[in-house]
Each structure stands twice: as C-alpha cells, then as structure tokens.
Design a protein around this ligand. Sequence first.
Ligand code: DC
Length: 243
Amino acid sequence: MYCPMDCNVKMENRNRKIVIAIDGFSSCGKSTFAKAIAARLGYIFIDTGAMYRAVTLYALDHGAIRSGVVDEDAVRALLGQIDITFRFNPGRGASDIYVNGDLAEGRIRTIEVSNCVSGVSSIREVREKLVAMQQRMGRDRGVVMDGRDIGTVVFPDAELKIFMTADPEVRADRRYAELRGKGMDVTREEVLANVIARDEADMHRAISPLRQADDAVVLDNSHMSVDEQMAWFMERYEQACRK
Ligand code: DC
C-alpha cells in the first residue's frame, strides 16, 4: 500500500507518548476533562489535587488540623508516615486513591477537606514530597496530569500544556450539583465561597502559585459542552504531536 512520507511521520508522532499538563482554577472540570482525554488516548490519568486532599485528610484524622486551623509543624511531622498509592478502578475508569492502604476516594472530596486543603498545599515539604511522586509517575510519559503547577513546576517540559478557567458562578453551580448528587449537605453559597477562597489561596501562595505557563493554551469552558472541549483538545493534541 502506498503511504506518503508525510503519513509515516504522522503515524510515528501519534505513537510517541507525550505529557499533557492541565492546570487551572478549582472546579473547572479539569479532572473530568483529563480523565476523558486519558481514556481516549490510552494514557494514565493522574489527579494531583487528590494527592493534596489525601494529605489533608490524613492531617485531619491525626489531629494536625483543629477547627480548620492547620498546624504546619504537625503536618510536617506526619509526612513521613503517609503512603499514597493509586489503584485503577475499572468501574470509574480512573484510579482510586489510597492512604496507607485505606481507600480514601470518597472522604477526600468533602467540604471539610476542601476548606483545609489550601493550608496544607502551601507547606513546602508537602509540595516537595508530592511533586517528586508526580515526576516519578510521569517518567515514562503517556500521562495526563491535572493540578495547579504541572506545566510550571512538575513537568515544565510537557509537550502540551492547557490552562483551564471558567466563570466562578458556573464553577460553583457545577461543584454544588456534584456534591448534592453525592448526597452531601452543603449550600450553594458555601460552595461559591470555597471556590473563590481557593482561587485566592492558589494564586497567592508563596510556593508554586497557580499561574499560566508561558507556553500554555487557555481553555475557558464556561459555555462549552464536553464534546466541544474534546474537539478543541484533539486539534491541540494533533498540533503538539506534529512538533
Ligand atoms: O484539583 P482540586 O480542587 O481537587 O485540588 C485540591 C487543592 O489542592 C487545591 O485547592 C490546590 C491544591 N493543589 C495544588 O496546590 N497543586 C496541585 N498540583 C493540585 C492541587
């Protein structure tokens, strides 16, 4: 069969595994998007926010956070005993997170964890431990990783960087629907306040603040369907593979 040179190059590039970094504001649908991309490309999906949430949950369970106040020294002291692992759950089409062997997937998504996670993720030693883990997980490429500092700190050499954003009101509506759908007892006001507070904390923390990498492409999905986002992504993916 005749296949022009161009076609060979294209096939070769498509088989080359790359790192896809997805950063952006909280509750933009980054994880849903990243998971769909990973399923489409046969890549591994890594939700780094879940890792910061897992450390926060452990800190809450072990008295290092009381009445919403994070005791940074106590969190540092606990770090050595926190073992985070992922196990693929075919039912969800994504990996569940385990802390010291215990399934933590449901418990890390509560509003209590959401309200404390910024205080934990701003601790230098926490970030160092989790960034090193994330770099190990993406060593062989072929990963879609979502977070706040993936394109800037974890994989500054990622072949494709996407910065996601959406209107805070739209994000609060989505998160509220998701939490209520899981039977959680929250108000929309509480969720909106948490979204805004986390944006502020993520953008203004001293270490690895949330910022758009210079070479990232912006995706504002306030008024986009999942299918539209996927079409948008596939165009950028083809471009990244041609480079
Ligand atoms: O993506 P998420 O909302 O589940 O993330 C939870 C928190 O973890 C978020 O408020 C900021 C922090 N985070 C971070 O500092 N760096 C990352 N790479 C991912 C999340």
